[in-house]
Design a protein around this ligand. Structure first.
Ligand code: NAG
Ligand code: NAG
Ligand code: NAG
Ligand code: NAG
Ligand code: NAG
Ligand code: NAG
Length: 536
C-alpha cells in the first residue's frame, strides 16, 4: 500500500493553542502584554516608544494582511504578487473579483469540497482526484490552497481534520511577519514561518482544466465558510465522514472490482450522481487508487487531468532549464528522498536500489559486473544475497539505447576527469561516465555517506549546491499574503524539474514525489504517455 510522503506519522501538534475563533480584533495584545514589567522602567522608555511604534506599524500591516484575499491586494503588495505569480497577476482562481462580497451563485450550481493534508505531492494527488470526481459529477470544485512547508498537517478523520485546518491558518496573524528583530516571537506566531499557502495555479497551469470545469478558490477553512460565502447550510450538505485514510474508494462499476487493495468501502459514482445536496463534502481524497475506473470516458478524463499536473511556474522552469543546459542537456539523475521519518529509516536500501538502477538497468552492466563493482566501491566482500537481488534486479529493465548513450558521452567527455575507480571499471564500460545530477532532500550533499557510492562511480556529480548562481531569481519570490519568502519552499520543485529533464531518472521507492517525477514530469518531458500507477 502506498504510504504518505510526509507528516502522517510525524508530529501531530498542528493546532496552535490559540483561542478559536481567532481574536481578530486584538493584534496589539501580544506586543504589549509580552513585556508588562518594562513599563515602570524609565530607562526602557525609549525602547517602549519604539516598541509601541512597531506595534502600530505591525497593526497597520496586520490589518492589511488580515483583510487581504488574493486579488484585493493594495498596490504595494500587488507588486510582490506580480513578481511571484506565475502568470498574469490576475488570473489565479484565488483572485477575488468580488472584493470580499458573497459571490452571486447560480441556483442550479452544485459544489464538491474535500480536505487536504500531508506533504505537497499528497495534496496534489488529492487535488487530482477531486478534479476528476467533480468533473464527473458536474459540480464546481472548491479548491483549497497548497500548503508548502516542512510541517504538514497530518491526516485525521473528517471532523478533526476540519478543525485542525481551521486552526492552522494565518488570518489575523499578519503582524508576525513584522516582529522587529531582537524582540522575542509572540507565542501565536510560533509556527507562522513554518508554512505558506499559495493558490494551486501558481504552480500548475490550470487553464485547460478551467476550460472544462468550474473551480472556486477556498481561501479559508474557517467553520461556516460554506454558509458565509456560498450560503450553503448544513442541511444542504452531504458529508462523507471518513474514519480512516483508506476509507472510501470510488468505483464506476460496483461489484466486479478487486476488493482487497486496502480501502474499507466502495462508493458507486452513480450513487454520488444521484445526490442532490448543494454541497458534497469529503475528508481525504488522497490515494492513487482511490478512483477505480473501468469506463473509458472516466479513464480518459483522469489521464487528461493527470497530464495537466505539470509544474508550470515560469521562473522555476527558467531556472531548471538553464541548469539542465549547463549540464549539456544530457545527464542521468536520481531523486533520493532520505531525510524524513520513513525515508530516513530506509535510506540505505533505497540509495542502494537507486544505484543498482543506474548501473544495472540504465548502463546495462550484468548482474555479476554490477555486483563486482559494488564490492569495489563499498570495499566489502559481502556481495549481494539472493533476496536482495530479488529487489535490485528488475526483470523488465530498459537499458539506454545508442542515441541516449551517445548524448551522455558527448556531454560528459569534456567536463569529467576519469577517476581512479572509473579506470578500474573501464573494461566493464568502455565509455566516459555520464554526468549525474543528484536531486535530494539531504543536506551537506558533499560529504553525505549515502551519496558516496554515487560519487565513487560517477566522478562528475552535481546537485543544486553547484548552481547557486542560477537560483538568485528565486529570491524575489514572496508570498504577499503572509510576507514569507518562497525560495525555500520552491527549491524541491527546481530539483524535481532538473531531474525530470535528465536522459533517465531513478527515484526513491515508496515516494509519491519520486513517482510524480518518473511517471508524469519525466515522461511528459520526453513525449511519452504518462504512467498510471493505479494499483495501490
Ligand atoms: C490584469 O492586470 C493587468 C495589470 O496588472 C491589467 O493591465 C489587465 O487588464 C488585467 N487583466 C484582466 C483580464 O483583468
Ligand atoms: C452542470 O451543472 C450546471 C450548473 O452548474 C448546469 O447548468 C448544467 O446543465 C449541468 N450539466 C449537465 C450535463 O448536467
Ligand atoms: C435548513 O436550515 C435552515 C437554517 O439553518 C432553515 O432555514 C431551512 O429551512 C432548512 N431547510 C430544510 C430543507 O430543512
Ligand atoms: C545489454 O547487455 C546485454 C548483455 O549483457 C546485451 O546482450 C544487450 O544487447 C545490451 N543491451 C543494450 C541496449 O545495450
Ligand atoms: C532511445 O530512447 C529514446 C527515449 O528515451 C527515444 O526517444 C529514442 O527514439 C530511442 N532511440 C532509438 C534509436 O531507439
Ligand atoms: C559541486 O560542488 C561541490 C562543492 O559543493 C564540489 O565539491 C564539486 O566538485 C562540484 N561538482 C562539480 C562537478 O563541479
Amino acid at each position: 500500500m502506498m504510504t504518505l510522503d510526509r507528516g502522517v506519522h510525524q508530529r501531530t501538534r498542528i493546532p496552535r493553542t490559540r483561542p478559536y475563533p481567532p481574536r481578530a480584533s486584538t493584534p496589539l495584545g501580544p506586543c504589549v502584554q509580552a513585556h508588562p514589567r518594562n513599563r515602570r522602567n524609565v530607562k526602557l522608555g525609549t525602547l517602549l516608544l519604539i516598541f509601541t511604534f512597531a506595534c502600530v506599524a505591525c497593526f497597520g500591516s496586520a490589518y492589511y494582511l488580515f483583510r487581504t484575499r488574493w486579488g484585493t491586494l493594495p498596490d504595494h503588495l500587488r507588486a510582490l504578487y506580480a513578481d511571484s505569480a506565475p502568470f498574469e497577476a490576475n488570473t489565479s482562481i484565488c483572485d477575488d473579483n468580488t472584493h470580499g462580497r458573497r459571490a452571486p451563485i447560480d441556483p442550479n450550481e452544485r459544489f464538491l469540497a474535500y480536505l487536504p493534508h500531508s506533504g505537497f505531492n499528497n495534496q496534489r494527488i488529492a487535488f487530482e482526484n477531486a478534479l476528476v470526481l467533480s468533473r464527473i459529477l458536474n459540480r464546481t470544485l472548491i479548491v483549497p490552497p497548497v500548503r508548502l512547508g516542512d510541517k504538514p498537517v497530518p491526516y485525521f478523520p473528517l471532523d478533526r481534520l476540519s478543525r485542525t485546518l481551521a486552526l492552522a491558518e494565518k488570518n489575523g496573524l499578519g503582524h508576525c511577519a513584522h516582529v522587529p528583530p531582537g524582540l522575542s516571537t509572540p507565542p501565536e506566531c510560533s509556527d507562522y514561518f513554518d508554512f505558506s499557502h499559495i493558490p494551486w495555479d501558481w504552480l500548475i497551469d490550470l487553464s485547460l482544466v478551467k476550460s472544462k470545469q468550474k473551480l472556486l478558490c477556498r481561501w479559508s477553512f474557517a467553520e461556516g465558510w460554506f454558509n458565509d460565502i456560498l450560503g450553503i447550510s448544513e442541511n444542504q450538505t452531504f458529508l462523507m465522514r471518513d474514519h480512516n485514510l483508506y476509507h472510501y474508494r470510488f468505483v464506476d462499476n460496483v461489484g466486479s472490482s478487486n476488493r482487497n487493495n486496502g480501502y474499507l468501502e466502495d462508493v458507486s459514482i452513480d450513487a454520488l450522481v444521484q445526490r442532490k445536496q448543494k454541497l458534497l463534502l469529503f475528508g481525504s481524497l488522497f490515494g492513487s487508487a482511490r478512483l477505480q475506473f473501468h469506463r473509458e470516458e472516466h479513464l480518459e478524463m483522469r489521464r487528461e487531468i493527470r497530464e495537466a499536473m505539470l509544474i508550470a511556474h515560469p521562473i522555476l522552469n527558467r531556472i531548471s532549464t538553464s541548469i539542465s543546459k549547463a549540464l549539456g542537456d544530457a545527464y542521468l539523475a536520481i531523486h533520493l528522498r532520505a531525510s524524513e521519518s520513513k525515508f530516513e529509516r530506509a535510506s540505505e536500501p533505497n540509495s542502494r536500489e537507486i544505484w543498482w538502477t543506474l548501473i544495472h538497468q540504465f548502463l546495462n552492466l550484468t548482474l555479476d559486473d554490477t555486483s563486482r563493482l559494488e564490492r569495489i566501491i563499498q570495499n566489502n566482500e559481502r556481495g549481494v544475497t539472493a533476496m536482495e537481488l530479488n529487489r535490485l534486479n528488475s526483470p523488465n529493465r530498459v537499458p539506454l539505447n545508442d542515441t541516449e548513450r551517445s548524448a551522455l558521452d558527448m556531454a560528459s567527455g569534456s567536463v569529467c576527469p576519469r577517476s581512479q575507480m572509473y579506470a578500474s571499471a573501464q573494461s566493464l564500460l568502455g565509455n566516459n561516465p555520464p554526468l549525474l545530477y543528484i536531486a535530494t532532500d539531504l543536506r551537506d550533499t558533499r560529504n553525505h555517506p549515502l551519496l558516496l557510492r554515487f560519487r565513487a562511480f560517477f566522478p562528475c556529480t552535481f546537485d543544486l549546491s553547484n548552481f547557486s548562481s542560477h537560483l538568485t531569481l528565486l529570491n524575489q519570490l514572496v508570498n504577499p499574503v503572509d510576507g514569507l519568502p518562497l525560495r525555500r519552499h520552491f527549491l524541491p520543485f527546481v530539483d524535481a524539474l532538473i531531474a525530470s529533464k535528465a536522459v533517465r531518472v531513478a527515484g526513491t521507492r515508496g515516494s509519491t514525489f519520486s513517482y510524480y517525477i518518473e511517471d508524469i514530469l519525466w515522461r511528459r518531458n520526453h513525449d511519452l504517455p504518462i504512467k498510471q500507477r493505479g494499483t495501490f
